[in-house]
Ligand binder design. Structure first.
Ligand SMILES: *Cc1c(COP(=O)(O)O)cnc(C)c1O
Length: 368
């Protein structure tokens, strides 16, 4: 039985990276390419590097090790705050980590000394998104204390927006970050090399020319991988949306009613879903389900097809509008949103097929 697989068009990723890097560079910003949506896929990292990113951002040390073992030679940033129990690994594995807790910095400092290394730290500031970071007034006292720790070097400030609270990067909050950086430099007699302002949600502000000039670093994942900025999930100019395509097989293709027959209770996932009666339908069972992928994030590339739902093992697709074009065993292809990409790329049931110089996919496509 063939497994579902994701094709990864590395040329598209390189192209997307280049578009983002050129925009950022024009505004004085360096770009860290974020590969966590691909479970640290080395070919994806290499494509990003060909496109001009100067470092790689990851949330998992395991992924960083995979990249390093594959010979990806650029510095790596650990994006997820380190846990107290992994400080030795952090110092051994990445050049830079994002931090917001003094007890963790103290342990990182000891780990760095044990390993005779210097570990670089970006101090995270929470500007309102309510995910990681120090609240503004805590930053100066935090950094004053951190500066007494040997083995670690405070290289800059960072903030993360549009992730938990959905707060959009703005002139106000970016200016606030710069003000905090200036206050730190004055109070602590320190030069902050990096002010890491944005992820893919900051591209609009940047393109509008409204980013304060001191913001000199961006950490970009989604815009490079999936070609979208993330405040309105609009396609980002100059990037392509289909670097990743999920392929799965039709296992069953039959005419059935559109409404279940019999007394109904909950489905396999505890939901009681309403069904509208559209009469007889051509329905396909496809060999991908919740076991493998976050199915809500899939879109059939053939716009005539409609996903009706999924169980653990099957995706159920309404094929009625294109019934005569498909047969059992045919492959369906889907684009993925970030959640679907993340789940597919971290699933051991989904094969990954990186492609270079790929011809356009010959799909059982949208036109008849
Ligand atoms: C995931 C992550 C990013 C990348 O965000 P995108 O929206 O994919 O560009 C940047 N910074 C941090 C801290 C992250 O965790």
């Amino acid at each position: 039985m063939s497994h579902p697989y994701v094709t990864i068009d590395l040329d598209t990723i390189e192209h997307n990276a280049r578009a983002v890097v050129e925009l950022c560079r024009a505004h004085g910003m360096a770009v860290t390419g974020v590969t966590k949506g691909t479970a640290g896929h080395p070919e994806v990292a290499r494509a990003m590097i060909r496109g001009g990113v100067t470092s790689i951002g990851e949330s998992q040390l395991e992924n960083v090790r995979r990249l390093t073992q594959a010979g990806v030679g650029v510095p790596c940033l650990l994006l997820r705050l380190p846990s107290l129990s992994e400080v030795d690994d952090v110092v051994r594995t990445v050049e830079v980590s994002l931090n917001s807790e003094l007890p963790v910095l103290e342990r990182l400092s000891r780990a760095a000394r044990r390993q005779h290394r210097v570990h670089d730290v970006l101090v995270m500031v929470d500007l309102g998104d309510l995910r990681e970071g120090l609240w503004s007034h805590e930053v100066v006292p935090f950094i004053s204390k951190a500066l007494s720790l040997p083995g670690i070097r405070i290289v800059g400030l960072g903030t993360n927006l549009a992730c938990f609270g959905g707060v959009v990067p703005s002139v106000e909050n970016m200016t606030r970050l710069v003000e905090i950086a200036t206050a730190v430099e004055r109070s602590c007699d320190l030069k902050l090399e990096w002010i890491s302002g944005v992820n893919s949600s900051g591209l609009n502000l940047l393109a509008a020319g409204s980013m304060p000039t001191r913001i000199n670093h961006a950490r970009i994942g989604e815009a490079i991988l999936l070609g979208r900025e993330t405040t309105h999930r609009q396609p980002w100019p100059g990037t392509a949306l289909d670097a990743f395509v999920l392929h799965a097989d039709i296992l069953e293709l039959k005419q059935k009613p559109s409404v279940p027959v019999g007394t109904r209770s909950e489905d396999a996932f505890g939901h009681l879903t309403p069904f509208a009666n559209h009469g007889l339908m051509t329905r396909a069972l496809v060999n991908i389900g919740r076991e493998e992928v976050s199915v809500e994030g899939l879109t059939p590339r053939d716009s005539r097809l409609k996903i009706l739902g999924a169980s653990s093992s099957y995706l159920v697709v309404d094929m009625t509008a294109a019934a005569e074009c498909y047969h059992v065993g045919d492959e369906l292809t889907f684009t993925l949103n970030y959640a679907a990409l993340l789940s597919a790329m971290t699933s051991e049931y989904v094969r990954k097929r990186p492609l270079r110089n790929a011809p356009p996919l010959i799909a059982t496509t949208t036109e008849t």
